[in-house]
Design a protein around this ligand. Structure first.
Ligand code: PFF
Length: 466
């Protein structure tokens, strides 16, 4: 090949290459699905419906909505803005934007929180994947909750099965993370999010067409203001944090993969509303069916793994719907876990100039070790209690009740009082290209004044200080 021909080939290759670096999301749709994939997870499928039902139905929903708009949306926008301006992982971005002072510690607490959440979240996700297979083999399908309860116990008290399913999930998520931001995270969530919405709609139609479904809707949506107490408001705030994956640098990390032309406030608003839609649809898919077959709505794992299989066993073609339900829940948990694992992985890549492959291997293998203490909490390590809690409960408590609110509080203070309005104006209008000044000013006022106060209250509550 002549020199001219070679340089022409090179020119064509360069032109054909998409104009993104490997550590960016390539398309606007990918930005949306990856971010939404992080928000949507186990939080929508059991936490949200259960808390709504138990805490006053539509009354709780209204408070949760207010928390989502006054805390969730402003913090998610703030994190995306910090990530895109800082162009680094949670710690690096904060070091770059606020070099004076220990603000980078928010990122450090985020890396720790991501690690701790993954340690127990991957175990619950492991049970979900185990149940996809259990529904196919009909082992856990029975109309008698005592039988489904025994089936669940036989899984969680078995150390080998518990570890196997947790590690299976960790390796699966690790492989996607290793493939990269655009080809791994973006491509996976782009494919899975539409499947998730499709499956959810199928399950809603099935649930709503059962005789006696109305009672479930009443449970979920009838406002009962007598149940609203200070504690309930704080529960709604805590849910808004966990649901939107905020307060721990996940959204800073994802923000660093946003292109300069992304409209951050619009994208974040879409994510917040779509996440809310998934939660509502999950409630509509679950509660009418639970009531139609005369079951009681219960919390957490028991609703997912004991009541739901009994509900499916009671309906025609229940095995198929149960498999669909757990596939849906598994998909939802994957997007959330990708974002959780990306937080420490991105940190290792930046801080130690590591390849993505090695950063993922180190993150996943450390999670296998730390997570195994959560996986074995119901079997070999059932006698181990730290501060009166099993490792599983301790990881959940420290991350959700302490690290996320602390992170959220300091992020709002940093953005509102150190970075300030001019930073918001420039960053969120893409250097003046977007005409969104009124919205940005409104957001700024909320971030600087309302959010820190509300978050301060959640924090006092988590520390049982009032
Ligand atoms: N938002 C996820 C859910 O609702 O299941 C959980 C989660 C993911 C929390 C990512 C925190 C996070 F960084």
């Amino acid at each position: 090949m002549t020199t001219t021909a070679r340089s022409e080939t090179l020119a064509v290759k360069t032109a054909a290459k998409p104009s993104v670096t490997p550590d960016r999301f390539a398309t606007s749709l990918g930005v949306l699905t990856a971010t939404l994939g992080s928000a949507v997870g186990l939080g929508n499928i059991w936490k949200f419906p259960y808390l709504t039902g138990e805490n006053g139905g539509a009354a709780f929903l209204l408070i949760y909505l207010a928390c989502t708009l006054l805390v969730g949306l402003p913090i998610i926008v703030t994190e995306h803005m910090i990530g895109r301006k800082g162009r680094g992982d949670a710690i690096t971005s904060l070091r770059r934007l606020a070099p004076n002072g220990p603000w980078w510690l928010i990122g450090a607490s985020g890396v720790l929180a991501a690690f701790l959440i993954m340690a127990f979240y991957s175990e619950v996700a492991g049970w979900v994947f185990a149940y996809i297979f259990k529904s196919a083999s009909a082992g856990a399908l029975s109309t008698d909750p005592a039988t489904t309860s025994a089936a669940f116990d036989s899984l969680v008290t078995n150390p080998v099965l518990s570890l196997f399913w947790q590690w299976f999930v960790l390796i699966l998520v690790g492989i996607i993370i290793m493939i990269g931001v655009s080809k791994g995270i973006e491509a996976t969530t782009k494919r899975l999010m539409p499947v998730l919405f499709g499956l959810l709609l199928v399950l809603c139609v099935r649930s709503l067409t059962l005789p006696g479904a109305a009672e479930g809707l009443t449970f979920l949506f009838k406002p009962d203001f007598s149940k609203v107490t200070g504690e309930v408001i704080l529960v709604a705030l805590g849910l808004a944090f966990f649901k939107l994956s905020i307060g721990m640098g996940t959204m800073i990390t994802y923000g660093s993969y946003y292109g300069d032309d992304q409209n951050i406030p619009v994208n974040a608003s879409r994510v917040v509303f779509a996440d809310l839609a998934v939660s509502l649809l999950a409630g509509i898919a679950i509660f009418p069916a639970v009531f139609a077959f005369g079951f009681q709505p219960e919390a957490g794992p028991s609703l997912l793994f004991i009541t739901i299989p009994a509900v499916f066993a009671s309906m025609p073609a229940g095995q198929v719907f149960m498999a669909l339900f757990f596939v849906l829940t598994g998909i939802a948990s994957l997007g959330a876990q990708l974002s959780l694992i990306e937080v420490p992985t991105a940190y290792l890549i930046h801080r130690f100039k590591m390849s993505r492959k090695w950063a993922t291997i180190i993150t996943i293998s450390s999670l296998m070790v730390v997570g195994s203490t959560a996986a074995l909490s119901n079997s070999l390590l059932s006698h181990v209690k730290l501060f009166g809690k099993s490792p599983f409960d301790l990881f959940d408590y420290v991350s959700s009740n302490i690290l996320l609110p602390v992170g959220g509080l300091f992020l709002a203070l940093l953005a509102g009082w150190v970075l300030r309005y001019d930073f918001f104006k420039e960053a969120l209008s893409n250097g003046g290209k977007l005409k969104n000044e009124r919205f940005v000013r409104f957001l700024y006022i909320i971030v600087a004044f309302v959010t820190p106060l509300l978050v301060f209250l959640i924090l006092l509550n988590s520390l049982n200080l009032f």
